[in-house]
Write a protein that binds this ligand. Structure first.
Ligand code: WTA
Length: 679
C-alpha cells in the first residue's frame, strides 16, 4: 500500500463503545448444584500447571490406551495432545453410557411440524442405530478409517447418528450446513476428497417441506467438475418408508439409507481404536480468501476439550435436559449438541426448525414439554424471539438453570431481556466466545464462581490465557481501555490440528503475525491470532468487538467477504464487487454489495436482483446481500485498492472521512446519491 493511502477501518474500530456494565451474580440455586463451585479450578488450570492441567479433561473420557505425552510441541504450531493415547469418540458418546443409562434419552428429536410426535431416542436405541449405519458405511460403501465423507444433513436425529457412525469407524466426517447451496457442498466434497455424500430427501423449515435432495445432484455435479465426484450418494428419508423429494434418484449412485438398513438389522460394529491425534472431523469455515477452508479437529484433544468445557462451563450433569438451538452444521452444534453433551451422558435436544415457528411461543413450549433446564442460543435468535413476543416466555412453565449466548457480541439490552424474561432471573448466563478453529470455548465466566457482565464474554476459561496485542505486537494491559487483537498465548487440546490440505495456511493465518521466533519449539513463542478485536477491562473480562479481517458475522454465521465477491464476479455483467458489513437490528450484521459493471452494461433493478440470486445460489440464502448497489466505479486508493471503509460509511450513513487521497474522490458523491435514492 502506498504511504498516502488512507487506512482501512475494521469492524472492531466501527464498534460502538459501551459503558462498563454492572455485575449480575449467579443465583444461589444454581451454585448449590453446580459442577464447579470451588475457585481452586483457576489454580489447577493456571500457567504453572500447564499442560498437565488438561489431564483433568482427558480423564473424563474412557481410553483404550492411556497417553504417554500430554503435549508435544516439537513441530509448531502443529501441537499434538495426549500423544500415544487411543480412544473412540463414538464409544465415549454412546457405548460407555449403556451399563447405567441404557434407557435414558440421548436425543430428543423435535420435528418442526407440531403435530408430528417428538422422538425420544434412548442411549440403547442410539447404539443400535449407530451400529447398523456403521455396518452400511463399512460393508455397503466400503468405507474405512481415514476416508472422508461429506454430510449435507438437516437438523434431524439422523445427523448425529451419521456423525457417530463415522466416528465409530474412524471415518472423517465433514458436515456442511444444510442451508448451504449444492454448489457450496460440491466444493467441499472436492476439497476433502470425500468418497460418499450423505444427505436427506427433504426437511421442514418455516412451515415448508424443502426438497433437499435436489442440492445433492448439484453438489455431485460440482464435485465432478473438479474431478472429485462422490462414488455414492446416500439419502435418508425424512419420513421413513416414504420418499419426500421431487428429485429422481440416479441409478447406481444414489441409495436410500432406509432401504439399505433392513439388510444390516442387528449388525454390530466394533469401534476402531483411534489415536488421540487421528482426525475426527473437518469443519469448513470462511476466512479471508474466496475459498472456504476446512479446520481439522482431532479425536482425543477435541473430545477431551468439549467434554471438559461442557461439564465446567455448560454445567451439564447426566440428568440434565440440554437444548442448544445452534445448527449441527456449525461448530457449536458439533461441540455442544453432539460430542460434549453425549460424552457426558446428558439428553440433548435436536430441533428441526425455526424457533419462532409457527409462533413466538414455540421454543418455550418445547422447553416446557421436555423439561429443558439448560438453554443455549445466539444473540440473533434472542433478538428474534424478543421481537416476536417480548412477554411470551412468562406464559410458559419452564425453568432454566443455565443459559448460553454464543456467536456474536450481545448488546447489554438484549442480554438483560434474556436474563430477566427468558431466564426468569433464575438462570446463570455464560457468554461464550470462541471459533470454528478452536473446538470449544475460549472466553467465558465459570458460571458458579464469577459474576456475569452483560456484553462481556469474561476472562479466558480455565487453561486459556488470552492477551491483547496492538498492531506492533505490544501487549495492551487490562484496563487500558484500548481495543486490540485478541490472541491466546498457549496451545489447548481443542485447537484444530491443521487446515485440511493446506498446513502452511495454518501457520500463516493464525501464528505468523505475532510469532516471536519461528525456529522455537517453545509454545510461549507462538501466540494464536483469533482474528477478533477486543477490549480487556480492568477486572480481566474481555469484550469482543468483532472481526478484524474480511469475515462478516451474519446472524452468527461466518461468511467471507471474498466468498460473496467471488460469487458476484461470476455474473457476466459484473466488473468489480465489494462487500461491506452493515449493522442490522436482528442479525447483528448483514452484507451489502457494491458492484461496478463492465462497459456496455446498464444498471437496473433486475440486474441487482439477478446478482443477489446468483450469490444465494452459489453460497446459500444467508449470504444474500441486503442491497446490491450498482455504481459507476469503486472508490479506490492510488494503488488501486477498493476502499471498503468508504463504502461502509456510505451504507451506514456515517462519515466517509478524508477522501482527498483517493484516486477518484468524485465517485463518492455519486455512490452516496445512488444509495440515498435507493433507500
Ligand atoms: C464471533 C462460532 C462475540 C467472533 C462459535 C468469532 C463472538 C466468530 C462470540 C467465530 C461471542 C463468537 N461474543 N463474538 N460470545 N462467539 N463470536 O467460527 O467474531 O462460526 O471470531 O464460531 O464469531 O465464528 P464461528
Amino acid at each position: 500500500m502506498a504511504k498516502t493511502d488512507p487506512v482501512e477501518t475494521t469492524e472492531a474500530q466501527l464498534a460502538v463503545h459501551w459503558k462498563e456494565e454492572d455485575y449480575y451474580y449467579p443465583p444461589v440455586s444454581f451454585i448449590a448444584q453446580a459442577n464447579v463451585t470451588d475457585a481452586s479450578i483457576l489454580e489447577r488450570f493456571s500457567e504453572k500447571n500447564f499442560p498437565e492441567c488438561y489431564k483433568e479433561y482427558a480423564d473424563l473420557l474412557t481410553w483404550y490406551k492411556y497417553w504417554g505425552k500430554t503435549l508435544d510441541t516439537s513441530n509448531p504450531p502443529f501441537w499434538k495432545w495426549f500423544v500415544g493415547g487411543e480412544l473412540n469418540a463414538c464409544y465415549n458418546c454412546v457405548d460407555r453410557h449403556l451399563p447405567k443409562n441404557r434407557n435414558k434419552t440421548a436425543l430428543h428429536f423435535v420435528p418442526e411440524p407440531e403435530n408430528e410426535p417428538i422422538q425420544h431416542i434412548t442411549y440403547q436405541e442410539l447404539w443400535v442405530r449407530v451400529n447398523e449405519l456403521a455396518a452400511v458405511l463399512r460393508d455397503f460403501c466400503g468405507l474405512k478409517r481415514g476416508d472422508r465423507v461429506t454430510l449435507h444433513l438437516p437438523m434431524t436425529a439422523e445427523l448425529p447418528i451419521t456423525m457417530l457412525a463415522c466416528a465409530r469407524l474412524g471415518i472423517i466426517h465433514s458436515q456442511v450446513f444444510s442451508g448451504f447451496s449444492g454448489q457450496a457442498c460440491g466444493e467441499r466434497i472436492a476439497d476433502s476428497q470425500s468418497r460418499v455424500l450423505i444427505t436427506m430427501d427433504a426437511y421442514y423449515r418455516a412451515g415448508k417441506l424443502l426438497d433437499h435432495k435436489q442440492l445433492a445432484d448439484i453438489a455431485a455435479d460440482k464435485a465432478q467438475s473438479e474431478n472429485a465426484a462422490p462414488e455414492k450418494v446416500l439419502v435418508w428419508q425424512r419420513h421413513p418408508g416414504k420418499y419426500s423429494s421431487q428429485t429422481a434418484l440416479v441409478t447406481g449412485r444414489d441409495f436410500i439409507v432406509n432401504d439399505l438398513l433392513p439388510q444390516y438389522r442387528g449388525r454390530r460394529v466394533e469401534p476402531e481404536h483411534m489415536l488421540a491425534t487421528d482426525p475426527l472431523f473437518l469443519m469448513y469455515t470462511s476466512g479471508s480468501t474466496g475459498r472456504p477452508k476446512a479446520c481439522q479437529h482431532s479425536t482425543g484433544g477435541y473430545l477431551a476439550y468439549v467434554a471438559g468445557t461442557s461439564k465446567y462451563i455448560q454445567d451439564i450433569h447426566p440428568e440434565d435436559v440440554y437444548w442448544c438451538m445452534a445448527d449441527i452444521g456449525w461448530i457449536t452444534g458439533h461441540s455442544y449438541i453432539v460430542y460434549g453433551p453425549l460424552a457426558l451422558g446428558a439428553s440433548s435436544v435436536v430441533y428441526e426448525g425455526v424457533p419462532t415457528h409457527p409462533d413466538a411461543g414455540r421454543s418455550w413450549r418445547i422447553a416446557e414439554e421436555l423439561g429443558v433446564n439448560i438453554f443455549h442460543t445466539s444473540p440473533t435468535a434472542i433478538r428474534a424471539l424478543r421481537r416476536a413476543g417480548e412477554d411470551i416466555p412468562a406464559r410458559y412453565n419452564y425453568h432454566f438453570k443455565h443459559m448460553t449466548t454464543v456467536g456474536e457480541p450481545i448488546e447489554p439490552e438484549v442480554w438483560r431481556w434474556y436474563y430477566e424474561v427468558v431466564g426468569k432471573k433464575e438462570a446463570v448466563i455464560v457468554d461464550t466466545w470462541w471459533q470454528t478453529e478452536n473446538g470449544g470455548f475460549l472466553c467465558s465466566t465459570v458460571p458458579a464462581i464469577a459474576p456475569m457482565k452483560p456484553g462481556s464474554a469474561g476472562p479466558g476459561v480455565p487453561g486459556i490465557y488470552p492477551v491483547i496485542y496492538d498492531d506492533e505486537g505490544k501487549e495492551i494491559p487490562a484496563g487500558a481501555g484500548q481495543a486490540g487483537n485478541i490472541c491466546i498465548r498457549n496451545p489447548w487440546p481443542g485447537l484444530m490440528q491443521t487446515i485440511w490440505g493446506d498446513p502452511e495456511r495454518m501457520t500463516r493465518q493464525y501464528f505468523e503475525r505475532y510469532c516471536k521466533d519461528k525456529k522455537s519449539t517453545d509454545w510461549h513463542d507462538w501466540p494464536y491470532l483469533a482474528g477478533d478485536g477486543a477490549v480487556h477491562a480492568a477486572d480481566g473480562y474481555f469484550r469482543i468487538l468483532g472481526r478484524i479481517d474480511d469475515v462478516i458475522n451474519v446472524a452468527g454465521h461466518r461468511l467471507g467477504t471474498k466468498e460473496i465477491e467471488s460469487a458476484a464476479l461470476t455474473v457476466p455483467e459484473v466488473a468489480e464487487a465489494a462487500v461491506v458489513p452493515v449493522p442490522d437490528e436482528l442479525k447483528g450484521r448483514v452484507p451489502e454489495l457494491y458492484v461496478s459493471l463492465k462497459p456496455g452494461f446498464e444498471a437496473s433493478p433486475e440486474l441487482s436482483a439477478k446478482i443477489a440470486a446468483v450469490i444465494a445460489e452459489q453460497i446459500g440464502p444467508i449470504a444474500k446481500p441486503k442491497h446490491v448497489w450498482i455504481v459507476p466505479d469503486m472508490p479506490k486508493t492510488r494503488s488501486g485498492k477498493i476502499m471498503r471503509r468508504i463504502l461502509t460509511a456510505v451504507s451506514t450513513k456515517g462519515n466517509t472521512g478524508d477522501i482527498t487521497t483517493l484516486a477518484n474522490p468524485d465517485v463518492v458523491e455519486i455512490i452516496r446519491s445512488t444509495v440515498q435514492k435507493g433507500t
